[in-house]
Design a protein around this ligand. Structure first.
Ligand code: R5P
Length: 257
């Protein structure tokens, strides 16, 4: 692997522990002013010290995040749809030269395996992998799950493995029963889990814990952190689980405190 690619990956995933906490705040690209992100800067700023990287769009970055921050940016470069229409109908929104201008440490887009625009979304991934390879920027593939898809190891393994075969350097998928099969399908590619819709804090911490125990390198979590009644407590708890192998009970105490 080329030096720049290795260096960018090492900024996102600790190369010694192979663990990582990615904070996802890119939801507005199809959800608009998502609960908790209306004033994105105010929500995100106190969370940044506890995250290893920030997943965000270029527009949110330029509007709400100070350029002086020192955190790797995982830049969402796909979009073009909204919650009002077919979600799989994405295009690449952001040119590679703008990603370089922003100093992105990684690019990210979603693939919608089994959905109406499956082929187009996989083609988006291949395009950004090709551009990323040219400039030494790794790509995180997000396996977006259509309403009609089962979130099981068979489906998530299929979608994740396709992303690996296309050349994604990191995979973001959902936690499921037999999750180690999904991780196994990804070979050496590191696997993150998304948090999904807001659930009770202890259940979210349990999910993070189970994902790590079953081979995930970390979480790329959004709503279960920034929609919590204690977002800073929650990100600290997630960090302890990911980086310090804290138990769910210990994590829950950290959240409460
Ligand atoms: C969805 O496509 C976005 O990439 C979100 O960043 C992702 O779903 C992770 O956020 P959450 O933990 O809120 O699901």
């Amino acid at each position: 692997m080329e030096w720049g690619m290795k260096n960018r990956l090492a900024r996102i995933i600790n190369p010694k522990s192979r663990r990582s906490v990615m904070l996802a705040v890119d939801h507005g690209y199809f959800q608009g002013p998502t609960t908790g992100l209306r004033n994105l800067g105010k929500t995100v700023e106190p969370l940044l010290p506890y995250a290893d990287s920030l997943m965000i769009t270029r527009g949110a970055l330029r509007n709400w995040i100070k350029p002086e921050i020192n955190i790797p940016i995982v830049l969402r470069v796909s979009g073009g749809q909204s919650i009002l229409k077919e979600l799989s109908n994405e295009v690449i929104t952001t040119a590679i030269d703008d990603a370089l201008r922003i100093n992105a440490s990684a690019l990210t887009c979603s693939i919608y395996v089994g959905s109406e625009f499956e082929r187009e979304s996989i083609s988006n991934l291949s395009k950004i992998v090709n551009e990323g390879q040219r400039y030494g920027i790794p790509v995180l593939a997000v396996t977006a799950v259509g309403k009609e898809m089962a979130r099981d190891a068979r489906y998530l393994g299929l979608a994740s493995r396709i992303a690996v075969e296309i050349g994604a350097h990191m995979i973001k998928t959902y936690y499921c029963e037999n999750f180690s099969e999904v991780v196994g399908a990804c070979g050496n590619a590191p696997v993150f889990i998304a948090g999904g819709k807001k659930i009770e804090e202890k259940a979210a911490l349990q999910m993070a814990h189970d994902a790590i125990s079953n081979g995930a390198v970390g979480v790329d979590m959004g709503r279960n952190i920034f929609q919590s009644d204690n977002p800073v407590g929650m990100v600290k708890a997630v960090r302890a689980i990911v980086h310090e192998n804290a138990s769910v009970d210990d994590g829950f105490e950290i959240y409460k405190s």
